[in-house]
Design a protein around this ligand. Structure first.
Ligand code: PBG
Length: 336
């Protein structure tokens, strides 16, 4: 046995502030509340029954009827905002259903506003859920890529359609150059000067969107167009470019900015928040949700602890709010 060591006693005792729950609560730097949560909802048309998404336990494709109950449930739980995703049965090359007043996108916004007038309805403005090839805009003539500039006017039309349906926030997620400017112009010219834009400013070409693409039926790999979204979504290796994307969106008129995905990109959230001091949101995406759900199902982690910890860490990283499939479950815990 070694017995002649003279180990210095610590001068600073940081554990003093961790002695019990009250003390920990007293010195806590970050808070999480239901006000921070945004719940994404999938809505499928022409179906009679809501169906659970296999890769996202606890998340359903709602019908236009069950959407009413879901929105009310969020409202009752105190969740301030929802974001809607359509599962369309009327797809074509440009996603025209999303530009029509009688299309799914318009209807689901209207239904949600009628169900709970005070909840903020965020319209995800993009074409991938409505195009037959699954890309976020029309393809160019030889189908090798999404045609950026042809997408712009359509984005403005889709955004105005959402605004007319009653959307409270327009959230373009397609990563098209000039998209925010196009939408701002369209809204302003149509009497919606006061409608804010939450831009998916730095959206990365991520492997964590897998379950979403099952859920929304917008997987790629058909015969038309590229097999991935890497010509418009960002390279996960790039942090400085995320700042340039965000700056550009702010210059074009974004009122709020977003980083997506969430958990592997907390550094980007911190950079964006510190650099621009804008209302900054994080998307805790489908693959992140699935990881916690399936790890918990396998007994590897405690579900509620991992869920609340990850949501708190978004706030600590600088997020002002979190789009998360955990919103309802987290709200229940926060309200109890
Ligand atoms: C498409 C869109 C995607 C997500 C939100 N909007 C998928 C994609 O870009 O392929 C992903 C959300 C998630 O994974 O939870 N505009």
């Amino acid at each position: 046995m070694i017995n002649n060591l003279d180990i210095p006693k610590p001068e600073k005792r940081l554990r003093r502030l961790r002695v019990n729950d009250t003390m920990r609560r007293f010195v806590r730097e970050t808070t999480l509340s239901v006000n921070d949560l945004i719940y994404p909802i999938f809505v499928e048309e022409n179906t009679n029954e809501r169906a659970e998404i296999a890769s996202m336990p606890g998340v359903f494709r709602e019908t236009e009827e069950t959407l009413v109950d879901k929105v009310k449930e969020c409202d009752t739980a105190g969740i301030p905002a929802i974001i809607l995703f359509g599962v369309s049965k009327h797809k074509d090359a440009i996603g025209s259903d999303s530009m029509h007043r009688n299309g799914l996108l318009h209807r689901m916004i209207k239904i949600s506003k009628e169900a709970a007038p005070n909840i903020l309805v965020i319209a995800d403005v993009c074409f991938c859920e409505y195009t037959d090839h699954g890309h976020c805009g029309p393809l160019n003539d030889d189908s090798t890529d999404v045609d950026n500039d042809r997408t712009l006017e359509n984005l403005a039309i889709q955004a105005v359609n959402c605004a007319e349906a009653g959307a409270d926030i327009i959230a373009p997620s397609g990563m098209m150059d000039g998209g925010i400017e196009a939408i701002r112009a369209g809204l302003d010219q149509s009497g919606f000067k006061n409608l804010p834009i939450m831009a998916y400013s730095s959206k990365f070409a991520s492997g964590f969107y897998g379950p979403f693409r099952d859920a929304a039926g917008c997987s790629l790999g058909g015969s038309q167009g590229p097999k991935d979204r890497k010509t418009y979504q960002m390279d996960p290796a790039n942090a400085r470019e995320a700042l340039r994307e965000t700056e550009q969106d702010i210059l074009e008129g974004a009122d709020m900015v977003m980083v997506k995905p969430g958990m592997p990109y907390l550094d980007i959230i911190r950079d964006v928040k510190d650099t621009f001091q804008m209302p900054t949101f994080a998307y805790n995406v489908s693959g992140e949700y699935a990881m916690i759900k399936f790890a918990a199902q396998a007994g590897a982690i405690d579900h509620d602890v991992a869920m609340m910890e990850s949501l708190m860490c978004f706030k600590r990283a600088g997020a002002d709010g979190i789009l998360t499939y955990f919103a309802l479950e987290a709200a229940q815990l926060l309200n109890s």
